[in-house]
Design a protein around this ligand. Sequence first.
Ligand SMILES: [Zn+2]
Length: 195
Amino acid sequence: MARGPRWHDGWWRPARACPSPNFGPRPPGAAVTLVVVHSISLPPGEYGGDDVEQLFTNRLDCAAHPYYAGLRGLAVSAHFFIRRDGATLQFVSCEQRAWHAGASRWRGRENCNDWSIGIELEGLEGRGFEASQYRQLATLLRALVGRYPIEEAVGHEDVAPGRKADPGPGFDWTGLQRALRRRRPRLPRADATRP
Ligand SMILES: [Zn+2]
């Protein structure tokens, strides 16, 4: 691992910076207390290509696949994207508001984008994720907890129930909790499955 500061203006150095235009300011005084975990793959279920990166930077060729017709004109982003091999890209500074959660609510509070970090895992709802992704997610969460007042990590399905289903039942919250060990944000879904 490289030496030196791990963060620069909300950019995490171990990630490859891939700046997206799809972001805005957080509301004044908004503390970043939530992490929202997502899954995405383009085309859905196909891994290893560059199309997620293209989507988040508004460069996706929407004629390249029938599924992409529905993505035309979409301006979305996440702070981070963790590939199947654990390689991590960052699109938006954590100081800024990324556009990942959409209409959302958690613990009675609307617009989770205002006060959250969005992390996309390369994957598909209902399918599993790779050990390298859990390891990298745990590393990233520890880095975030060290830098921001993160209290909880939840799924997109938790903040937009009925509308979103990612990362889905293939995501192992209990395994993530184990990987985090100490200094971890609360993971309510893992807590819920505890006997
Ligand atoms: Zn999502």
